[in-house]
Design a protein around this ligand. Structure first.
Ligand SMILES: C[S@@+](CC[C@H](N)C(=O)[O-])C[C@H]1O[C@@H](n2cnc3c(N)ncnc32)[C@H](O)[C@@H]1O
Length: 272
């Protein structure tokens, strides 16, 4: 996967390129990062990339031409590598909220060009000409798109094959299909008692089925409390077992769904 970032602050991307899990994966060549500074695509002595907004008002607006030239350079560099044109995503509070499905889609692709806005934003004509997606990190306003782009990249790179040490650990994370899209359960490590608080007994039992059940029930309880809509989508997908439904009913103080009738050994099913 090749990620190109158009940014006035290329040095900020050392965080994902050089450090931690994503840094190791970059060194191993599992993904590549290229940063393009719009200032390098200006022709005036001041290397101007912004100007005052038409119609007045506070702040500055990023000019279309340096951004478009940077995108063209990134696409040309991809083509020189034998890659097709990449989608171009602008980080913007007005965009579609980035989520785990978005990270999975990016990890399954051959890359993306990310545009980091600054100031009041970017000239709309650049968006109309060059941008294929607008991505938001959430309902808040950052000073620039860089921190949002770092989050987009990190969430996708850790999903690439071979990036995480324990291949299963992404599968156990919140929002993963393997966890039925629920929130992750709490985690504990040594010591067994910390400041008087013990590790929950099922985790010390060594009984794998009980440990799995305990984790599942903690996931269900946390998701009910914090993100009840995720329970509804798991149910709609058919991802909740009868044991899950019985636990949820118990949690809500509702009558428990009946267990399936057990056939006695040797008895024949009733003819209907
Ligand atoms: C100060 S913000 C501009 C906010 C813009 N005037 C608005 O109200 O929608 C500067 C840049 O930060 C980035 N940014 C800010 N908040 C963001 C968010 N929640 N998600 C993604 N990018 C964001 C965008 O690239 C934006 O162009």
């Amino acid at each position: 996967m090749r990620i190109d970032v158009v940014t006035l602050f290329p040095e900020m991307f050392g965080v994902v390129r050089d450090l931690g899990v994503t840094g190791r994966a970059h060194a191993q060549g599992r993904w590549a990062l290229h940063a393009w500074n719009p200032r390098d695509f200006t022709s005036d002595p001041h290397r101007t990339v912004d100007d005052r907004p038409y119609g007045g008002g506070p702040g500055m607006v990023m000019m279309a031409a340096p951004l478009e030239a940077a995108v063209n350079a990134a696409q040309a560099a991809r083509a020189a590598q034998g890659l097709g044109p990449a989608p171009v995503a602008l980080l913007a509070p007005v965009g579609k909220r980035y989520d785990q499905a978005g990270a999975e889609a990016l990890a399954a692709s051959d890359g993306l060009i990310l545009i980091c806005g600054r100031y009041e934003g970017v000239d709309q004509r650049f968006i109309e000409r060059c941008v294929t997606h607008e991505i938001s990190l959430g309902d808040f306003v950052l000073s620039g798109g860089e921190i949002a782009a770092l989050a987009v990249i990190d969430a996708a790179v850790r999903l690439l094959p071979g990036v995480l040490n324990d291949g299963d650990s992404a599968l156990q994370d919140s929002f993963n299909d393997t966890l039925s899209g629920l929130l992750d359960s709490p985690h504990y490590t040594r010591p067994e008692v910390y400041e008087g608080a013990p590790v929950p007994a099922p985790l010390l039992s060594g009984h794998h089925a009980n440990i799995s059940r305990w984790r599942r029930e903690r996931s269900l309880a946390l998701t009910v409390a914090r993100r009840p809509e995720l329970i509804e989508s798991a149910r709609a997908q058919g991802w909740l077992s009868l044991a899950d439904e019985r636990f949820l009913a118990e949690l809500a103080g509702e009558p428990l769904p009946p267990l399936p009738a057990k056939r006695r050994r040797g008895s024949k099913p009733k003819a209907s």
